[in-house]
Design a protein around this ligand. Structure first.
Ligand code: PEP
Length: 256
């Protein structure tokens, strides 16, 4: 039995006051969504204020990125240990914006994942194809290539039992264009099959989130799909009302 997760990715938005207000609004309503886990990923510098705002609540928080290195002369980087010390539960790794804008490779992403896991964080590994790749019918190959460094890692069994995967088609992120529930389910099912071939037990327990223009109006249908275990939410996570409506959709779709 997989407990759905609705995780907000706030990207580089807001201010300290905005972050506190948003976290407090989500916290105030967090009891309304039975059977759903909630989390938010603010910008790094807002983590301390979020830790305070969510202290003692069931809403978890995490970072949008993490260094692959534990410590040292890596100017501008933040280690997994530092995030753990701030009370983070999650670390996103391999978000498509990191891959595209900051040239992160799938090998590097798995190093980040291993660093996050090693510090006791739950890594959320993001994968997804571009529009050109989808149009070239290369979606399956692209996702498999993104997962390959993980699947061939010597610790793969342990890592696969401890992480979350987010399928985020790049063409659906921030575009208002969502994958249809059937398109998303097809890829989620393929991801679970790939993982099953390497780690059969972990595959059934693995949370696979969908991300890409999830809104209150499309969340129920997406979350009703058998291999969609919640969402990674960008734009809609910046409004407590929308984020909570998506959490309600997760609660409703997994109940029925
Ligand atoms: C994201 O960036 O992780 C995301 C899913 O964004 P949006 O919901 O805005 O498409």
């Amino acid at each position: 039995m997989r407990t759905p997760l609705v995780l907000g990715n706030w990207k580089m938005h807001g201010s300290q006051a905005f972050a506190r207000g948003l976290a407090e609004s989500v916290r105030a309503r967090s009891g309304e969504f039975p059977g759903v886990r909630l989390g938010v990923c603010p910008p790094y510098v807002m983590l301390p204020i979020i830790a305070k705002a969510l202290d003692g609540s069931s809403v978890a928080y995490g970072a949008q990125n993490v260094s692959e290195f534990a410590e040292g002369a890596y100017t501008g980087e933040i280690s997994a240990g530092m995030l753990k010390e701030l009370g983070c539960s999650y670390a996103l790794v391999g978000h498509s914006e990191r891959r595209q804008l900051f040239a992160e490779t799938s090998d590097q992403v798995v190093q980040k994942l291993v660093a996050a896991y090693g510090a006791g964080l739950i890594p959320v590994l993001c994968v997804g194809e571009t529009l050109a790749e989808r149009q070239a019918e290369a979606t399956g190959r692209v996702i498999e290539a993104q997962l390959q460094p993980l699947l061939s890692h010597p610790e793969a069994d342990r890592l696969l039992a401890a992480l979350i995967i987010a399928y985020e088609p790049v063409w659906a992120i921030g575009t208002g264009q969502t994958a249809s529930p059937e398109q998303a389910q097809e890829v989620h099912g393929d991801i679970r099959r790939l993982i099953r071939a390497r780690a059969p037990v972990a595959a059934d327990e693995l949370l696979i989130l969908y991300g890409g223009s999830v809104k209150p109006g499309n969340a129920v249908e997406l979350f009703a799909m058998p291999d969609i275990d919640g969402g990674l939410i960008g734009g809609a996570a910046l409004k407590a009302e929308d984020f909570c409506a998506i959490a309600a959709a997760a609660a409703a779709s997994k109940r029925s």
